[in-house]
Design a protein. Structure first.
Length: 533
């Protein structure tokens, strides 16, 4: 039977006000917050009943956390190409099938890189006592080439930026190890380790080794894209440019980067570095795809996703075991509620995210003929914190559409809505395709400690926060899929290119050979990207 949302609708401040947030569940403690003021929103009794069923199913279960415990403690780290990564595919597929969804595996080729041995120590530095060497805490960057088997020894020079490196010139760089000691903006980081802070340092991890290699450096070290606490190095992927010889590359703990930088001010510092990674032929992996078919428009699809792969220094809890468990929790809640949306909800666990968004780009390619029927991709991939907002992936037309729904979630917390593009996860390929890549923006104040590091274990995730995030994902997915009107259609390439330039994504996408639009959207006078504010 066709559902009429707006017939016999009535005004309420929030559908959450009609739903008991203190669901009886001894294993999940969900703190209730006082509702914020919200403008009246029109919802029919039928819609309220559906959303109430889903919310109660989600809040009354610790299903998501139990799945996370299996994924992290029993399967463990899930580096692309590894046995653990395949075990995760098999486990998640079986769970989604057990929930009653239509499940299939879609083949993706992913990088297969093995870390090997990683060791470094300062063997010569100002004021050194006889026979004393300083051990340095580092981890090899994903995709890095190896040093000679016995390692290499060279002087370390420290720079804070690409510009400072270029100013040194080949004469001062050749034969040396370059340390990029680029820091976060401490004020921005203190506000929750936002994307603005992260983006200040990630380019040095991804492009720094090639920049150093062009000038003849023998290795590159990068200050970790994480906190300077607990002396933890943070892993990540580096991408070698075609015009530069690949050199060994590693990320240092912030404390060790500061140690080397400080000593270098007093005189030459020499480091012995041993890295023995291996790059094997690409491996076969899979995106796990599970459909809940729509009752009226099954051909129209909204994707709900996280990524299965992780780095290998710990169990990959916050990046992105928590996202995977959130997707599973949302699927479980919707299925147990008994409600069925008008359109298809497609739960996807992408593979190969950490080394280049391989799974989500493969999905776009494999489903190219169907993209016109996609409504967008809803993603959680920013750690262990509570969701504080929804970012519409550049689609400013959808902000006023989504805001009333976000206001209806006021009993959880204030939920912000904006049109920002998140380019660091599986939202990006959908934004490039002109669809909303919707990022569930989280409080990431703790993520700077755990992500890509040896601290990324199960204890980093609070069960009640995971339950709340699963609930929000389930509600948002169902609301998008069940609207009388279609939520979104793809933008044209021209409009998409203009948006991505306005969002300051052009330079990064161009650097990684991901810009497909040529001169579309550029300033007509000089074909230049719009200046940043």
């Amino acid at each position: 039977m066709h559902k009429s949302w707006w017939i016999k609708s009535f005004q309420i401040a929030s559908f959450a006000n009609l739903i008991l947030l203190t669901v009886s569940c001894p294993s999940v403690a969900v703190p209730r917050q006082e509702p914020h003021e919200a403008a009246p929103i029109a919802y029919s009794p039928q819609v309220l009943a559906e959303l109430k069923q889903i919310q109660q199913a989600a809040l009354g279960s610790d299903y998501a956390f139990r799945r996370l415990a299996v994924l992290t403690n029993k399967i463990g780290p899930r580096l692309s190409g590894s046995v653990q990564a395949q075990n995760a595919v098999d486990y998640v597929a079986s769970e989604l099938q057990r929930l009653g969804l239509d499940v299939r595996l879609e083949k993706v080729l992913v990088p297969h890189w093995i870390r090997g041995e990683e060791k470094a120590e300062l063997v010569k530095f100002p004021g050194q006592m006889s026979g004393v060497a300083q051990r340095i805490m580092l981890t090899t960057l994903g995709g890095s080439v190896a040093t000679p088997p016995t390692g290499l020894t060279a002087e370390v020079i420290t720079v804070d930026s690409f510009e400072e490196l270029e100013a040194l010139g080949r004469a001062n760089v050749e034969g040396k190890i370059v340390l990029f000691n680029r820091r976060f903006d401490e004020q921005i980081a203190a506000q929750g380790f936002g994307l603005e802070a992260y983006r200040q340092v990630v380019p040095y991890r991804t492009r720094g080794p090639s920049a150093a290699g062009r000038l003849g450096a023998v290795a590159a070290l990068v200050r970790s894209a994480g906190s300077s606490n607990y002396r933890l190095p943070h892993a990540g992927f580096t991408q070698y440019a075609k015009d530069a010889a690949p050199i060994p590359a590693a990320a240092l703990a912030g404390e060790d980067a500061d140690l080397i930088a400080g000593l270098s001010k007093e005189g030459p510092v020499q480091l012995h570095l041993t890295l023995t990674p291996q790059t094997l032929p690409d491996a076969v992996s899979y995106n796990v795809v599970a459909d809940l078919k729509g009752s009226e428009h099954p051909e129209e699809v909204v994707i709900v996703s996280g990524h299965l792969d992780s780095w290998d220094l710990a169990q990959g809890t916050t990046d992105n075991g928590s996202g995977t468990a959130t997707v599973l929790g949302a699927a479980d809640a919707i299925m147990r509620s008994g409600e069925r949306p008008r359109r298809t909800i497609r739960f996807v666990l992408f593979t190969g995210e950490e080394q280049g968004l391989d799974g989500s780009f493969a999905y776009i390619k494999q489903h190219k003929a169907e993209m016109a029927n996609h409504l967008g991709n809803l993603v959680l991939d920013a750690g262990q914190g509570p969701v504080k907002g929804f970012q519409m992936g550049g689609r400013d037309d959808l902000v006023p559409v989504f805001q009333p729904f976000a206001k209806a979630l006021s009993n959880f917390r204030t939920i912000q809505v904006d049109d920002k593009v998140e380019s660091g996860t599986d939202t990006l390929p959908f934004s490039i395709a002109g669809l909303p890549g919707i990022n569930m923006n989280q409080d990431t104040s703790d993520y700077k400690f755990t992500h890509h590091s040896a601290a990324d274990a199960l204890e980093a995730q609070k069960p009640d926060v995971l339950t709340q995030n699963s609930t929000l994902m389930a509600l948002a997915a169902f609301w998008i899929a069940d609207r009388p009107e279609r939520f979104a259609t793809p933008w044209s390439p021209e409009r998409t290119a203009k948006m991505l330039r306005a969002q300051h994504e052009y330079e990064e996408l161009k650097a990684f050979n991901l810009w497909p639009f040529g001169d579309l959207g550029a300033d007509e006078k000089g074909k230049q990207d719009p200046p940043q504010n």
